[in-house]
Write a protein that binds this ligand. Structure first.
Ligand code: AMP
Length: 447
């Protein structure tokens, strides 16, 4: 039977918050996490962005605080996360869900004025939403007190580890009240260093895995486009942006320079583009996000770090101009589309040097991916990889699914005529459903 929010016996004020947010039914991660968190368990949750994980930890936390008012005035919950952008989004989420309550939250992130944050702390919000570096600084300065903490949430923990926050996070955990509930959310549970963190953070945790990409995002179509080089990719991206219909698109590059260069090129081609990268200061970031939200631009070019946690409605295209460095980055990038039931397309431009990585990402995430081509902008690279120029099985399948089998060349036809009985087999490898091409699929590994 489908779960309902009313199954969780949430206070009326929260139910009203849910209604005003327009949430009708709990998402799969909410269905699993909310009852366990309400029962007081520590949790280890593997859920990607876009799954509804924020409400999955906010709702039980808010319920607890509403049902059991605090004795002391200290911080009751701490949500640690990797970026300012994500912090702001969670704060907005909180403001909406808790709009019919008196609960308060404060945001403590690097890059924003410290004085303002100190003023926030003086107001004793129940909930702190923080990035590790700045919080630790304030903790060490005696400006934050976590000795009354009841709930500690680590959100996008894999990302925090990636960004080198492990030591800061461990130091913060040491300052938290030991008798607390701890919840850890991560897109993957395979991350190096995660084990160390969970050992220090969680007590007898329950594990929840809601992570299979296709289960999670039935609304995202994954596509692959073979490319040759930077100039060729630029033409392909321009074609896609000019010829396809979408409300908003997010184009990822692996470097800041690449983002700026592509941005200039697309602006020169009269596209409504803005660029978001890690070296913009907060004011600039806010300006860029404002342009995107208001629709003044409909294309955002971003690097991974800059786009972490972005939650912009109507992103219908995610284009990997450069292939992400890992499966987890792929997951994070593509999770910007297909949000809250919207349809999305994630398209990766893949050149020869990126091909092997694409194959491992496909295997790691157990992705179904369609290969497509653009007439007139076909790549010379045709997926031939590794030694001896022989295409891998994956490539052969991909090609077979994307194209009709090529007619045999003249020489082959002559040879075939001589060799009747040893005729070429038709490419029956093409027989996968609807052009979907499973490349070297592997069973998803349990964590
Ligand atoms: P998150 O994974 O928490 O970043 O959430 C992704 C998006 O889904 C956000 O825009 C949320 O507002 C939205 N969302 C979360 N839970 C629900 C729900 N139960 N019903 C509809 N939308 C939701």
């Amino acid at each position: 039977m489908t779960a309902q929010f009313s199954d969780f016996s949430l206070p009326d004020t929260l139910m009203r918050g849910l209604t005003s947010e327009g949430y009708e039914l709990p998402s799969p991660v909410q269905t699993q996490v909310i009852p366990l968190a309400l029962a007081g368990h520590d949790l280890l949750v593997s859920a990607a962005t876009g799954s509804g994980k924020t409400a999955a930890f906010l709702l039980p936390m808010l319920q607890r605080f509403l049902v059991k008012p605090a004795h002391a005035g200290g911080t009751r919950a701490l949500i640690l996360l990797p970026t300012r952008e994500l912090a702001r989004q969670i704060y907005i989420h909180f403001m909406r869900l808790a709009s019919f309550t008196r609960l308060t939250a404060g945001v403590i992130t690097g890059g924003d004025a410290k004085a303002h944050q100190i003023a926030t702390l003086r107001k004793n919000p129940e909930i702190l939403i923080a990035t590790p570096g700045r919080l630790l600084e304030l903790l060490q300065g005696g400006l934050v007190d976590l000795r009354d903490l009841e709930v500690l949430v680590l959100d996008e923990a894999d990302r925090m580890l990636d960004m080198g926050f492990a030591d800061d996070v461990l130091a913060i955990i040491e300052c938290c009240r030991p008798q607390r509930q701890s919840l850890l959310f991560s897109a993957t549970l395979q991350q190096r260093g995660l084990r160390d963190l969970t050992d220090r953070l969680l007590r007898n945790p329950q594990t929840v895995i809601v992570n299979a990409v296709r289960e999670q995002h039935p609304d995202i179509t994954h596509q692959l486009l073979l490319s040759d080089d930077f100039a060729h990719k630029r033409q392909q991206v321009l074609w896609l942006l000019q010829n396809e219909t979408f409300a908003k698109a997010l184009v990822f590059t692996n470097t800041r320079e690449g983002a700026v260069e592509l941005g200039n090129f697309l602006m020169g081609a009269q596209q409504r583009v803005a660029v978001l990268h890690g070296e913009l200061d907060q004011r600039e970031r806010n300006r860029v996000m404002g342009l995107l939200h208001s629709g003044r631009v409909n294309i955002l070019i971003a690097t991974d770090l800059a786009a972490r946690g972005l939650d912009v409605p109507k992103i219908e295209r995610v284009i990997n101009f450069d292939l992400p460095r890992s499966g987890d980055d792929y997951l994070h990038r593509t999770g910007r589309t297909g949000r809250a039931g919207e349809l999305g397309v994630a398209l990766s431009l893949v050149n020869k040097s990126e091909w092997n990585r694409m194959e491992s990402i496909v295997r790691y995430l157990n992705l179904s991916i369609e290969t497509r081509t653009i007439e007139g902008l076909k790549a010379q690279f045709n997926g031939i990889i590794k030694a001896k120029g022989k295409p891998s099985l994956a490539v052969r399948k991909a090609r077979a699914a994307a194209n009709k089998p090529e007619p045999p060349k003249v020489k082959e036809r002559l040879r075939d005529r001589k060799n009747i009985g040893k005729r070429r087999q038709p490419s029956s490898a093409a027989g996968t459903a609807a052009g979907h091409t499973p490349l070297n699929k592997r069973k998803p590994t349990p964590h």
